[in-house]
Structure formats: C-alpha cells, structure tokens
Design a protein around this ligand. Structure first.
Ligand code: NAP
Length: 299
C-alpha cells in the first residue's frame, strides 16, 4: 500500500507529490494522459515568481523532471473510481487498482463547451479549445475567440501575435479577465466585439463564419472557444465527496480537507478562491503536510 496517492499530473498534482516525498512519504501519481493539464495549454505564464515568461508546457516539463528526479512514480493511468474503507482508500484505474492511506485529488478542470450548432460538427475543422495547439494552423487567417476571461484574452493575444487576425466576442461589455490581460490583447491588436455572443458556427467542410445573437456574422476560419471551465470531478461523486452545484469539490478549511477523512483536494477541481498556478502550488504543499501530520505525527 502507498502512503500517498496523488490524482492529477498538472502543476498541483506534481507539486503535491514533490512535497509529499520531501516529507518522507511514499508517494505515487496517477495522471490521465488523455486530459492535458490546463496549464500545459497556457501560452505564457508571466505571474509565477522568478519566471518573467515561460510557456505552460515548459513549466510543466521542468516540474515533471524535478518530480521524476526524486524517484516519484507517475503512472499514465486513468482513474475510474475510488473506494474509502476504514483504514485505506482504493483507487481504481483503467489498468488495475492501488491502495493508499492518503489521497490528494488534483484532477483539475476541462474546457466548457458552448453547445452551439456547428461546435461539435466542426471540432478539428476550425473549432478548437486550445490556441497553442491549433492556432499555428491559422496564421494569416481571420479567427474568432469566444469568451471574456483570462483564457480568452491570453488566446487573443497569442493568436494575434502569431499573425492571426483576431476578433474576440464576449457576451458582456465588461471583461472577467484581468486588466493586465485586457491591455495585452489590445496592444497586440485584437478586435473586441462586446455585448454580443455566438449563436451558431457555420461552414461547408470547414468553419467559414459565426452567427451572433443580433443576427450579424463574422467571417472566420477558426473559432477558439474559451468560455470557462468545468471541474473534472465526476468520478469522485460516487464516494460522496461534497461538491457545490457546479461540481467543484468543497474544501473544508485551509488544510485542503474534503468532507471525507484522509482525502484532500487542491487546485482547479475545488472551490479555491484563485485559479492560478501559484495558489495551487501552495495548496499542494499544505495538503502534503497534512498527509505527513496524519501519517507520522498522529497516533
Ligand atoms: P472564466 O474566468 O470563468 O471566464 C469565462 C468567460 O466565459 C467569462 O467571461 C464568461 O462570461 C464567459 N462565458 C461563460 N459561459 C458562457 C456562455 N455559455 N456563453 C458565453 N460566454 C460564456 O474562465 P477562464 O477564462 O477559462 O479562466 C479560468 C480561470 O483560470 C480563471 O480563474 C482565470 O483567472 C485563470 N486563468 C488565468 C490566466 C492568467 O493569465 N493568469 C490565464 C488563463 C486562465 P461572463 O464574464 O459574462 O460570466
């Protein structure tokens, strides 16, 4: 039996594993290889202390190397269920099962789908949820970014900077994303259409235009959907982990406790007050310390 299992191979999960090992606990990580960490898709991290500028994927590669250098095993298995027994937690994956004394959940979140006509039909044919992955295919082309948060703004900046002609469409006149990211998108030259939203994505074989809710249309070769996140927590419902109505795991106190003993949760899958790498790292360290206290200091 492992002392600590961490679910999630993003910034939170890897940091939790690093600290858990640092506290001397036998630790392993399950990472769903088919679900990339949100941070891996970030074009640029510019608010993490000591890094002026680093891409999300480079940041995670460095962290992964650091974790592996400490001899922590990262299994690329998908967790399909968990079971809590009095003295252990069983983690079921697509390849088998493992037992542990403490579980730290850092399963993150996924892109929210807009449910628009054409959105599913043109997926991979112009519809994308990831600007760094698919943006380079649309250099020199007109593209639409949909959303008003930091993701939409950073997508707009990145796409404009690689020579796409960006129109960002957001349903309100005020942005949800930071002033800093608004300025950067503006400086890059992205055009904003505010107070309107997308109704439909249209084309023949590939995306050709979007229709807005006022009936107007914007010609484009791609639509980058960036309208928020939904937590990747469905698999934890059956064990009774308390969540809010949107499915974010409710954290009991500043020690990252869930309602179930020996199960902790951190990062974007939870009701964290700030979805930023720096906060997730702090939560990870605290959860690892709680595991240490429980396993080594309590009778
Ligand atoms: P978000 O902050 O939840 O923003 C989602 C945006 O999509 C909002 O502007 C929202 O509009 C809009 N939206 C939601 N549902 C919609 C719908 N059905 N139709 C049309 N528009 C809809 O999500 P996010 O931008 O993905 O960011 C997630 C978290 O990661 C945030 O905490 C963010 O700060 C963080 N993040 C930070 C950075 C960074 O540079 N530091 C980069 C990326 C993400 P309303 O505003 O009207 O609700």
């Amino acid at each position: 039996m492992k002392e600590v299992i961490v679910i999630g191979g993003g910034v939170g999960g890897l940091t939790a594993a690093l600290f858990s090992k640092w506290f001397g606990l036998e630790t392993m990580v399950f990472n769903d290889s088919e679900k990339p960490s949100q941070l891996a898709l970030a074009t640029e991290i510019d608010n993490f202390p000591t890094y002026e500028k680093i891409s999300g994927s480079e940041f995670l590669d460095k962290l992964k190397k650091q974790v592996e250098n400490h001899g922590i095993e990262i299994k690329q298995d998908n967790v399909v269920g968990i079971k809590k027994e009095s003295d252990k937690i069983i983690v079921y994956t697509n390849k088998g099962e493992e037992e542990c004394k403490i579980l730290i959940i850092s399963s993150g979140a996924e892109h929210r789908k807009g449910g628009l006509p054409g959105e599913q039909e043109f997926l991979g044919k112009g519809v994308s949820y990831c600007a760094t992955c698919d943006g380079p295919f649309f250099k020199g082309k007109d593209v639409v970014v949909w959303g008003g948060g930091d993701t939409a703004l950073t997508y707009a900046t990145y796409l404009q900077n690689i020579n796409c002609k960006v129109t960002l469409v957001h349903r309100r006149k005020e942005f949800r994303g930071s002033e800093f990211n608004q300025e950067k998108a503006k400086e890059a030259g992205a055009k904003f259409v505010l107070g309107k939203t997308l109704k439909e994505i249209k084309g023949e074989k590939f995306v050709e235009k979007v229709i807005l809710d006022d009936g107007s249309e914007i010609k484009c070769s791609a639509v980058f959907v960036a309208i928020g996140e939904v937590p990747s927590t469905a698999v934890f419902k059956q064990v009774g982990i308390e969540m809010n109505k949107s499915g974010f795991i409710i954290i009991r106190d500043r020690t990252q406790k869930t309602n179930i003993e020996s199960i902790y949760a951190i990062g974007d899958a939870t009701t964290t007050p700030l979805r930023q790498a720096i906060v997730t790292c702090g939560e990870a360290a605290v959860a690892a310390q709680e595991a240490y206290k429980k396993l080594r200091l309590e009778k």
